[in-house]
Design a protein around this ligand. Structure first.
Ligand SMILES: [Zn+2]
Length: 125
């Protein structure tokens, strides 16, 4: 690799780093606490596609898949348990954060209660 190629690669890395920084900044922050309960979030990942569920975003019609992450109740002295989840549209960054409570009967097994919401950012950019 000569100096010209190296310089071109470095410029490309700089451009990509800048784009990544903008992208990371544009993802809304997830809550660190629910009341006094500290939450540890896992990484965002593509939500599984379910044939009976429309994965398109209601706000911007992005076809999906949505991004999903799970939050652990990480109070000291307890075994961390998944008690939260967040869903995010990869295009407009609308985020809904839920507390998951185990259902006592029937289906679904978890009852979701929305605890935070970040509106769609389609108007920005
Ligand atoms: Zn969207």
């Amino acid at each position: 690799m000569d100096d010209v190629e190296l310089a071109a690669l470095r410029a490309q890395v700089t451009t990509l780093e800048a784009a990544l920084t903008v992208r990371q900044r544009s993802i809304p922050a997830l809550p660190r606490l629910d009341g006094a309960t500290p939450i540890t979030w896992r990484r965002w990942q593509a939500a599984p596609l379910l044939s009976h569920v429309d994965s398109a975003c209601e706000q911007c019609a992005h076809p999906g898949p949505q991004q999903i992450t799970f939050g652990l109740d990480s109070r000291a002295g307890r075994k961390p348990v998944i008690c939260y989840q967040a869903n995010r549209c990869p295009a407009c960054q609308e985020v809904r954060v839920y507390r998951r409570d185990e259902a006592t009967t029937g289906w679904p097994r978890a009852v979701l209660t929305e605890i935070a919401y970040h509106p769609s950012r389609t108007e920005e950019q």
